[in-house]
Write a protein that binds this ligand. Structure first.
Ligand code: HEM
Length: 185
């Protein structure tokens, strides 16, 4: 299974990072070509997420769950892979719905920050995968400079999971209230 996971993961990594490149080009240079390239951002993210989901499922088949979760490196890779896949999927759907406003005025800085977070989590997921496969990169080493030794450090406090759950429910309620009030105006 490892070989299929490794074969497949390069597609979502490339697709998401190309989408990021097109977002950056469109954000800082408004030319005919960047506007044209920007039209392909959403299909790129969508395909990235679809193949990413397949790669994710294949990744889970490589080792038994009890084995991969024994090592902090394995848990870090799974955690970052989960963030990466969900993050790009959500950013892709929301970005598509709000696509007419993303590159204008001060909103462009929100787009810049959100897409850069997306690029960062893909890069970290990839480097952790490389470290799992025995080919650590300089990115893995750089993470130790900010205090994260990926081979030994894994920390996810329970209160954070509770905060995530509360945040998710809150966002759904806010979205529902927002839609109802928009309908009434
Ligand atoms: C979007 C999700 C994911 C991405 C982008 C990703 C990325 C990667 C990358 C880039 C590699 C190294 C490939 C290479 O050396 O050429 C790798 C290896 C690996 N990944 Fe993932 N991965 C993802 C999800 C997962 C998940 C959910 C698991 C589950 C445990 C997993 C388990 C592994 C393992 C065990 C290896 C090492 C394979 C080996 O020893 O040869 N991956 N991954």
């Amino acid at each position: 299974m490892a070989v299929y996971h490794i074969l497949l993961v390069h597609f979502p990594i490339a697709l998401w990072l190309i989408a990021y490149l097109f977002i950056i080009l469109r954000l800082f240079w408004k030319t005919e070509i960047t506007i044209y390239l920007a039209k392909s951002i959403w299909p790129l993210i969508l395909f990235g997420s679809l193949i990413g989901a397949a790669a994710y499922i294949l990744g889970l088949q490589i080792y038994p769950w009890s084995a991969i979760t024994q090592s902090p490196l394995g848990r870090n890779h799974i955690m970052l892979a989960t963030w990466t896949l969900t993050y790009w999927s959500v950013v892709g759907i929301l970005g598509f719905r709000l696509r007419h406003h993303l590159f204008e005025g001060s909103q462009r800085w929100v787009t810049f920050v959100l897409s850069s977070i997306g690029a960062l989590v893909v890069v970290i997921t990839g480097t952790l995968g490389g470290s799992l496969a025995g080919t650590p990169s300089l990115v893995t080493k750089s993470l130790s400079y900010v205090g994260w030794n990926v081979y030994t450090t894994f920390y996810l406090p329970d209160w954070m999971l509770i905060a995530f759950a509360i945040g998710a429910v809150l966002l759904i309620v806010l979205g529902y209230l927002g839609r109802t009030s928009a309908r009434n105006t």
